[in-house]
Design a protein around this ligand. Structure first.
Ligand code: PMP
Length: 403
């Protein structure tokens, strides 16, 4: 894998910040975009643009073909059985809200239970809490050990006759923990319970195969896997999606409308009310093609090397505290140094051109479990280098000396 060549595909990586070369370590929040993804958006706006699905004219049909070809690219990427199982949304958050609303309305009654984990992103907590307020469902939480690994024995004990669904993140956006979701899904299925995988932080870094996992639902965002903002995916097994009611009403999701009775479109369109971001979906497909072109195994190997190197180098820094020491971990490292406030450390690193994220990372219950308010988080992507990690370590040492 030729990192320098890959970096040339990402124009933003050659810019400076405060006169320093940009070191971009905020990939967990969003990844940068290769030129071919951005070009695809511009090209389609300039040469194809027309609303999809409804037109008899040439452009509309061409735009529709591109949009549906993107759905096929996503299907292959996650190995879904059919494009009927690939619903386009605005992102992970909307995908989860869709699922919670539709599944919750159809299959959950007062007193029913959902199992989440202590390391969920707010996107996989708050929608369930809104449902709890509406319908009186209960939320149960899988605890973790001090290394940041979920306690699978405790997980098993949380199941009851009232458990209707489990929803857990595959890779923690704070701890980097890779949760054993395949095993956890098998446990849920042994109790006759479906499982939603939040793959927002796994899709960019590892092969995710919905059939191999036997996931009932799986969600992710395009912008975290080198694609554009505003597009996401909800994968759902057809047998579930078929039985679920629409989330939003509007154009596209109907078969026939009258004031007496409306019938709904087939999958996946039943869940796609209104004009979709058909140009963004092309961008997503280009991003996935780009990832395939480099090869997920190579990307994973490179990021693993980077993470191992970063952990080793960061641990050389006095008073370094790293949060998350799971045996199986991804390319995310959260830390604090001595008594330096995470916000101060992040701000001073920024002045050195190093972009990291600070704060609670939309995981306040996890912060509570760790007994802290926030961390500094460095998260890596395929284009990051060991030299950039050296720059981060030197930056932290410099800030530490100032305090
Ligand atoms: N889940 C996880 C694990 C995440 O890391 C994120 C983004 N930080 C989300 C959900 C929400 O993704 P989005 O903001 O793209 O909807």
């Amino acid at each position: 894998m030729d990192i320098q060549k890959i970096r040339e595909d990402f124009p933003i990586l050659s810019r400076t910040v405060y006169g320093k070369p940009l070191v971009y370590f905020d990939n967990g929040a969003t990844t940068q975009k290769p030129r071919l993804v951005v070009d695809s958006l511009v090209d389609e706006y300039y040469s194809v643009n027309a609303n999809v699905h409804r037109g008899v004219h040439y452009l509309s049909q061409q735009a529709t073909e591109l949009h549906e070809a993107s759905r096929e690219t996503v299907r292959q990427f996650i190995n879904a059985r059919s494009t009927s199982e690939v619903v386009f949304t605005r992102g992970t958050t909307e995908s989860i809200n869709l699922l919670v609303s539709s599944f919750g309305d159809e299959f959950m009654q007062e007193g029913d239970e959902v199992i989440l984990s202590v390391m969920e992103h707010h996107s996989n907590i708050v929608p369930w809490q809104l449902l709890a307020a509406r319908k009186g469902i209960a939320i149960k939480v899988i605890p973790m050990n001090d290394k940041g690994e979920l306690l699978l024995d405790e997980y098993e004990k949380l199941f009851s006759e009232r458990t209707k669904i489990v929803s857990v993140v595959q890779v923690s956006n704070v701890l980097g923990t890779v949760n054993p979701v395949k095993e956890m899904i098998a446990t849920a299925h042994a109790h006759g319970v479906p499982f939603l995988v939040d793959a927002a932080q796994s899709i960019p870094h590892m092969k995710v195969d919905v059939q191999d996992l036997d996931a009932d639902f799986l969600v992710f965002s395009a912008h975290k896997v080198y694609g554009p903002t505003g597009v996401g995916v909800l994968y759902g097994k057809e047998e579930w999606l078929d039985r679920m009611p629409p989330y939003q009403g509007g154009g596209e999701m109907i078969q026939h409308v009258s004031f007496e009775k409306t019938t709904f479109n087939e999958l996946p369109f039943k869940f796609e009310a209104g004009t979709p971001d058909y140009i963004g979906t092309t961008g997503l497909a280009k991003a996935l093609d780009y990832v395939n072109g480099i090869g997920m195994e190579k990307i994973a190997k490179h990021e693993h090397e980077l993470t191992t190197y970063a952990l080793q180098r960061l641990k050389e820094i006095p008073d370094m505290r790293i949060f998350g020491e799971a045996a199986d971990r991804g390319a995310v490292i959260s830390f604090l140094v001595g008594n330096i406030h995470h916000f101060d450390l992040g701000t001073l690193l920024d002045r050195l051109g190093i972009a990291v994220r600070t704060g609670h990372h939309c995981a306040q219950p996890l912060m509570q479990r760790l007994g802290i308010e926030g961390t500094v988080r460095a998260s890596f992507a395929m284009y990051n280098t060991k030299a950039e990690i050296d720059a981060l370590v030197a930056g932290i040492e410099r800030v530490s000396r100032m305090f």
